[in-house]
Design a protein around this ligand. Structure first.
Ligand SMILES: *[C@@H]1O[C@H](CO)[C@@H](O)[C@H](O)[C@H]1NC(C)=O
Ligand SMILES: *[C@@H]1O[C@H](CO)[C@@H](O)[C@H](O)[C@H]1NC(C)=O
Ligand SMILES: *[C@@H]1O[C@H](CO)[C@@H](O)[C@H](O)[C@H]1NC(C)=O
Length: 377
């Protein structure tokens, strides 16, 4: 993901703008009605994939607090972190960004226990599906598990699109499947076609016990890094369309795929919320900052001046419309507060300043702590 995803509101002409307004309204109302949900959501042993409440605690509302016990591991002793995310190895001079713990306002997160997670995964498979933000979270989890059981025998099979890390003693597989749009890109006579209503690679996700999906950043790509020439839905072919509308259509295809192919009594499905970028200091109330470069501390408090981007409303709208909604790993706000957590100039893979991905160790560890919390609480 070499590009710099941009804010999209500026691209919206009238019909997409109306479409968006409608999305925003329905997402807000979905949230509000959820907030008033009755106590049945307390029983997460029979969790159906929707609840955020754990005894009344929203895990994703909170703030970052300094904790000397962090980071959870030393990236230099993790064999699974790639240059792209290995900020310390590639010269990042500061370490304060490693020292923060996510603290939900109304409760404490359970301590991450890697051995316990592997035990829960015994004889099972879990898979992160999506773009390089999924890769980011997969590598973080690999490091967290390795730190918990450093002597465990592992086999890493790193391939495109499917990579797998197998923990032999647990017969547990922790996998990553790269498909940035979730829906298909096919080679056709007219060129490369992004098929908004087709999801052939879904067959590779069947039989996995725990799925964590993600998509967004590639929907904004244009020019030489746009990997398709046309979009297609049914028999209609488009040279381009409003990217939020396209995202809504593609994500809806994914949602229908989950509803008709996943047995919710045997498989848990998560959707990793939008991972924000930090390319304008104005978003966090510091107009003098050009981007995330040089940022060494998170924002305090529990609100983000830049507010919530429209793609977040698309995600909420699509999940709310599912027959069995995927659990939203709602990381957007807590990640927005982490303007300090990107590789910036210290990526071993991207030139320039990367304010899209995240250092490992770092923020994705918190995403995995939250994933673990959602599994055990
Ligand atoms: C939660 O649901 C399970 C299965 O339906 C039931 O056995 C258990 O007693 C419930 N726990 C609580 C605290 O209601
Ligand atoms: C290991 O786990 C897979 C499922 O991930 C299962 O099909 C296989 O039978 C297991 N092997 C053993 C030896 O338990
Ligand atoms: C889902 O899985 C359960 C447990 O294996 C099984 O009893 C049920 O028939 C499955 N449902 C469908 C629709 O396949």
């Amino acid at each position: 993901m070499g590009s710099r995803p941009r804010r999209l509101l500026g691209h919206c002409l009238l019909p997409p703008a109306l479409f968006l307004l409608c999305l925003l309204c329905s997402a807000v109302s979905a949230r509000t009605s959820h907030g008033g949900a009755p106590k049945r959501q307390r029983n997460v042993t029979r969790w159906k994939g929707k609840a955020i409440d754990v005894g009344g605690c929203d895990l994703f509302q909170g703030s970052w607090i300094y904790d000397d016990a962090y980071p959870l591991y030393d990236s230099s002793s993790c064999p699974f972190v790639e240059p792209e995310f290995d900020c310390q190895k590639y010269g990042r001079p500061d370490k304060l960004y490693l020292k923060y713990r996510w603290k939900p306002t109304a409760c404490d997160l359970p301590k991450f226990k890697g051995e316990d997670l592997l035990e829960r995964l015994r004889g099972k498979k879990m898979m992160f599906v999506g773009d390089s933000i999924s890769l980011n979270q997969w590598e973080s989890l690999a490091c967290m598990l390795h730190a918990a059981v450093p002597g465990a025998k592992t086999t890493l099979d790193r391939k495109d699109p499917r990579s797998s890390l197998w923990f032999e003693d647990y017969n547990a597989s922790v996998m990553f499947y790269r498909t940035p749009y979730l829906v298909d890109i096919v080679q056709d006579k007219i060129g490369r076609v992004l098929k908004l209503d087709s999801i052939q690679s879904g067959s590779s996700w069947l039989g996995v016990d725990l799925l964590i999906f993600n998509s967004w950043h590639w929907w904004t790509h244009r020019g030489s890094i746009q990997p398709w020439d046309y979009m297609q839905e049914g028999t209609n072919v488009y040279k381009d369309m409003d990217r939020l509308v396209a995202f809504y259509k593609g994500l809806s295809t994914w949602a229908r795929w989950v509803d008709s192919n996943i047995n919710s009594s045997t498989t848990r499905v998560f959707f990793q919320g939008i991972s924000p970028t930090h390319y304008s200091g104005r978003d966090w109330g510091d107009p003098s900052a050009r981007n995330c470069n040089g940022q060494t501390q998170p924002l305090g408090g529990s609100t983000y001046p830049g507010g919530s981007p429209p793609e977040d409303a698309v995600v909420r709208k699509v999940l709310a419309g599912m027959a069995r909604p995927a659990y939203l790993l709602d990381v957007i706000l807590l990640s927005q507060l982490r303007k300090d957590a990107h590789p910036s100039a210290y990526s071993g893979d991207h030139s320039g300043v990367d304010c899209s991905h995240w250092c490992v160790a770092g923020l994705p560890d918190a995403w995995n702590e939250l994933l673990y919390a959602a599994l055990v609480l």
